[in-house]
Every structure is written in structure tokens, then in C-alpha cells.
Design a protein around this ligand. Structure first.
Ligand SMILES: [Zn+2]
Length: 221
């Protein structure tokens, strides 16, 4: 069942080590099927290079395994909490990527310094309060900090990004780590200006309308 979604979620899990966002088996990606409402998520404690679409676990919104031979990620409850409370979210990515997590270690947000990430998120990246890893309380902390946004750091833990698909959530996680690294390096040289929210809004609207291959094919002007 859900062959296309299992293939997508598996592929996006592979993107995490490929982009230096995780080590070992830490981190996970899930996706929600819009028709059935079922969730496809990485199995718990399995190294990324062992993941195939068939090893993905399908769970319902209560966390009951519907298909799959292995146990789902220990973070499944957190993913489900987010899906239950955010009808617009169809993919979630979790990493402990080091530069972003170094902000989380201090309970600090990633300021809106770099345009690649503000284009995508339309704002800075907030940091939530501390919550016990694996506990559903982490989901509550994430949504409180994120509001209707797509990304947050969790204090002393790592990164959670949400998207309209597993692919989009993972893309946000990659660009977020790049922004965290660049911002950290820039701050070593002294204070760095944040972009004004008005300009972030302008760029976010432009990017949302124009970037990628969907929509209008010819750029006029
Ligand atoms: Zn974690």
C-alpha cells in the first residue's frame, strides 16, 4: 500500500545522511497520505543505508502499525501530534544537524540573516522550550514555537521542519542547516544585520509565486 509515498519518504530519509544532517540512525522523515490520512515513517533504530521503501512503516493517526515488519520511529508520537494539529502539514523531517542544533543548544533562534531560508520560511527560525525527547510534549513545544510556520528548533535537541510534503520538509531542513552554518560563521566576525520583516515578506511572496517549475512558464520583462 501507499507505494509512491513509501518511495518518497524512503528517498527523503536517504537525503539526511547524504547532506550531512544526521549520523548513525538519528533523525527521521515522515509523510502523510492526503486520501487515507495514514502516515509513512522511518523504522526505529535502522541505519539509513539499510532503508528501502519496503522497510518504511505505515501507521494510523493513533500510532497503530497498519503495514510494516518493524517498529516505527520513537518520534512517531511527536509526528502524529503535529499532523493532528496542523491540517496543512503532509511531511515532517527531524534532524540533529550540528550548526542548527548549536543554536538549539543555547535555546536561541536562528535570526533572519540569509535570504535562501527566509525565501522559503518567510521568517526567522524560532526555538521552542525544552521537552523530553521522544515524548509527545515535544510536539506541543514545537507547535507553540512554530505557530503557523514551517520550522522550529527544539531547545537542547535539534530541528523539526514541516512541509506540504516529505520532500518539502526535508528541503527546509537542508536550507535551514545551511543558513545556520552561514549565520554562525558570519557572527564570528561581529554583529550581523537581520533582514527587516517587510523585505522578508516581499521576497517570500515573490519566491512562493515564481520559484520552481510549476505555474507560469515564461518570465516576462
Ligand atoms: Zn531527536
Amino acid at each position: 500500500m501507499l507505494e509512491a509515498l513509501k518511495a518518497e519518504v524512503c528517498e527523503q530519509n536517504h537525503e539526511l545522511p547524504a547532506n550531512g544532517l544526521v549520523v548513525g540512525s538519528g533523525g527521521n522523515v515522515s509523510g502523510r497520505d492526503p486520501e487515507t490520512g495514514l502516515i509513512v515513517i522511518k523504522p526505529s533504530g535502522v541505519k539509513f543505508n539499510k532503508l528501502t521503501p519496503d522497510t518504511m512503516v505505515v501507521v494510523d493517526m493513533e500510532g497503530t502499525v497498519v503495514e510494516g515488519a518493524m517498529k516505527p520511529s520513537v518520534d512517531t508520537g511527536i509526528h502524529l501530534y503535529i499532523y493532528k494539529h496542523r491540517a496543512d502539514v503532509f511531511g515532517i523531517t527531524h534532524t540533529h544537524s550540528p550548526y542548527a542544533s548549536s543554536f538549539a543548544a543555547r535555546g536561541a533562534r536562528i535570526p533572519a540573516v540569509m535570504t535562501p531560508i527566509t525565501h522559503m520560511l518567510g521568517r526567522d527560525v524560532p526555538c521552542s522550550r525544552y521537552a523530553t525527547p521522544g515524548d509527545v510534549d515535544t510536539g506541543k513545544a514545537i507547535l507553540k514555537a512554530a505557530g503557523d510556520g514551517w520550522a522550529t528548533l527544539v531547545k537542547a535537541h535539534g530541528v523539526f521542519t514541516m512541509g506540504k510534503s516529505a520532500t518539502q520538509a526535508t528541503s527546509f531542513a537542508m536550507y535551514l542547516e545551511e543558513a545556520a552554518m552561514t549565520t554562525h560563521l558570519a557572527q564570528l566576525h561581529g554583529p550581523v544585520d537581520e533582514l527587516p520583516q517587510e523585505e522578508i515578506d516581499r521576497c517570500y511572496n515573490w519566491f512562493t509565486k515564481n520559484y520552481g517549475q510549476s505555474g507560469q512558464k515564461q518570465i516576462k520583462g
